[in-house]
Ligand binder design. Structure first.
Ligand code: FES
Length: 114
């Protein structure tokens, strides 16, 4: 029996053994996920948005405490373990997101001038 994870936005899908963490699944799929704590639930850099209907093992106490107050769909990929089919969106790198926002603002301002 295997589980299957699809990572968004790339759409890359990989089959893994049930119990594999989303972080390990991403690494097996060749997708780089930035971390500082290397899977110890300390850095929050591995967050992923898990889509509704995804089949994960129940959330553990450590992860639940760490994610208190965050959106329900957010999970720490180093802690979330795959059970069946899962769709997980990897958030854009914060620096890249900031650059894209700045470029969009600049484009809007340029458009106003013309
Ligand atoms: S790898 Fe650091 S919190 Fe998941």
């Amino acid at each position: 029996m295997s589980a299957e994870v699809t990572f968004l936005p790339s759409g890359k899908t990989i089959k893994v053994r049930p119990g594999t963490t989303l972080l390990d699944a991403a690494r097996q799929a060749g997708i780089a996920v930035r971390t500082r704590c290397d899977g110890r639930a300390a850095c929050f850099m591995c967050k992923m948005e898990v889509k509704q209907g995804s089949e994960l093992m129940p959330i553990g106490d450590v992860e639940r405490r760490k994610l208190a107050g965050m959106d329900d769909g957010m999970r720490l990929s180093c802690q979330a373990r795959v059970k069946g089919k899962v769709q997980a969106e990897i958030p854009m790198d914060p620096l890249r997101a900031a650059v894209l926002r700045q470029l969009a603002r600049q484009t809007e301002e340029d458009d106003k001038l013309w």
